[in-house]
Design a protein around this ligand. Structure first.
Ligand code: SF4
Ligand code: SF4
Length: 486
């Protein structure tokens, strides 16, 4: 029996004659549903190359996420975004709020890299590295281990409540909550030293915001990976909506080959499909059963497809059993599929102008970011006038302005800094300041500038503070205003 032909991804546009305005007619019905009812998806487990890659990415991403906050760099955490101290530690870098430009640069580079990978290979991020995908995979693995395979899970959900069902469900949720809370704890460990956090947890003296974020992040993980799953990708993630703007006909996507697969129909193994005027698809539905978003890839490119490749693995298993050639569903481009390109021709098209432009911009940005990081001054200074005393006459008949300097040592060693000033004749710093600041610390210092009274005309005068790192030889100059009253 023939199934309906699949809708091609690039169906020809309707002719202009057929393009007319269709009036909206009220539906004659007792009720109109505003939302589609959600059907629970029970993805089937599948083995294959893409399934192995997905698990490799789960291990890799989680090793980095759970492991990184425990790694140390000298006396401190390797990666720590210490919001309370307004200081970020990333490997050997100590960044202050004034260095936010580097984090912004990193975000721009990440966004461009995402554009580039999407233009080349579609939704690689979604299918293999997105936290939603990764945690859903982990939660589904737990579900599979406790409740059984797809059929067992469907049966369990359909049957009335029993002691066995209750125990299995409770146990599953307990494990899910454990993973979710550990994830929340790790997340907070990027913002507060994780060892102190662990100790505070054991001694039940965790701060209220830390408790809030552990539970909030944990709850989001539990809800998104345990319950929402594909709904997040389908309805909540904006990337799914705008990624089509980055696709073109040479972007690698997971596609079904309708020329080879149709007409689809079940048949016995060993029969020649061509003699029966059939395509290679045996309409087993396995590609739909393994799909984590529950779609049928045979209906063409759909925005719900996260490009995980599990349907490729499933179909290859079927093709192998039927002794047909593999890759009825495969990673291919729309142009490649239509023209029957070889792998070599496909790879050749990867280097198209759009990809080259993205790559060039990305390379320039990365080079610029690295160069500015290398050339970055490991000393930051902020100058604030002391509002309490604008200008005053002090002992010795000198006119004085008071300032507060925040000196930030962005190196990993204690440093001595010498403060000097220039800009007005006879300007002196009192006392002759030499400041010591510990590694990766900052300090507020009160500094007084003096000039002989009556020498400088009244008004505001521009002066410069010169702060010199005695060991590193680096010097930073900051502008300020010296006030002389009438
Ligand atoms: S259609 Fe295939 S590649 Fe797309 S989400 Fe489903 S299983 Fe993954
Ligand atoms: S797994 Fe392959 S053979 Fe089975 S329905 Fe899907 S495309 Fe057809």
């Amino acid at each position: 029996m023939d199934s309906p032909a699949p809708v091609p991804a690039s169906a020809p546009a309707a002719s202009s004659a057929a393009r007319k305005i269709i009036p909206i007619v009220p539906v004659e019905s007792d009720s109109v549903g505003l939302y589609e009812a959600t059907k629970k998806i029970y993805p089937r487990t599948v083995r294959g190359m893409f399934a192995r890659w997905r698990w490799a990415m789960v291990f890799l991403t989680q090793l980095v996420f759970y492991g990184l906050p425990w790694a140390e760099w000298g006396e401190r955490q390797l990666v720590l975004f210490d919001l309370a101290a307004r200081r970020f530690y990333i490997f050997g870098l100590v960044l202050y709020p004034q260095d936010l430009i580097y984090l912004s640069g990193l975000l721009v580079v990440s966004a461009l890299a995402l554009f580039l990978f999407t233009a080349v290979a579609g939704r690689l991020w979604c299918g293999f590295a997105c936290p939603q995908t990764v945690y859903t995979e982990i939660f589904m693995w737990v579900e599979h281990k406790i409740e059984g395979n797809r059929t067992a899970r469907m049966r369990l959900d359909a049957e009335p409540m029993s002691l066995e069902k209750l125990v299995k469900k409770w146990f599953k949720h307990l494990v899910w909550i454990g993973i979710a809370l550990w994830t929340g704890f790790t997340f907070v460990g990027y913002f507060t030293p994780i060892r102190d956090l662990g100790l505070a947890f054991l001694q039940t003296r965790m701060g209220s915001w830390e408790v809030f974020w552990v539970f909030f992040y944990g709850f989001a993980t539990y809800g998104n990976a345990g319950f929402m799953r594909e709904q997040v990708c389908k309805y909540m993630c904006p990337y799914a909506r705008f990624q089509s703007a980055m696709f073109d006909r040479d972007t690698l996507i997971v596609t079904y080959d309708p020329k080879r697969g149709e007409p689809r129909a079940p048949r016995r193994k060993g029969l020649d499909p061509r003699s029966m005027a059939l395509g290679d698809c045996i309409d087993c539905g396995l590609c739909v059963q393994v799909c984590p978003t529950g779609i049928d890839i045979r209906e063409g490119l759909q925005y719900e497809c996260i490009g995980c490749g599990l349907c490729v693995d499933a179909c290859d298993t079927v093709m192998q059993k039927m002794a047909y050639a593999p890759r009825l569903i495969r990673y291919d481009t729309q142009n490649g599929m239509e023209a029957g390109w070889t792998r070599r021709q496909l790879l050749h098209r990867v280097l198209r102008p759009r990809v080259l432009v993205y790559t060039a911009i990305l390379a320039l940005l990365v080079a610029g970011l690295l160069a500015s990081l290398v050339a970055r001054t490991p000393l930051k200074v902020d100058v604030v006038r002391d509002r309490a005393s604008l200008a005053r006459i002090v002992e010795g008949g000198r006119l004085e302005n008071v300032y507060r300097l925040q000196i930030m040592n962005a190196t990993e060693e204690a440093r001595h800094y010498r403060i000097a000033a220039h800009g007005i004749e006879g300007l002196s710093v009192s006392p002759d300041e030499r400041v010591t600041i510990d590694a990766a610390q900052s300090r507020w210092v009160a500094v007084r500038l003096q000039v002989p009274y009556g020498v400088v005309p009244s008004g505001s005068h521009t002066v410069h503070f010169d702060i010199r790192d005695e060991e590193g030889g680096v010097q930073v100059s900051e502008k300020a205003v010296f006030l002389v009253p009438r």
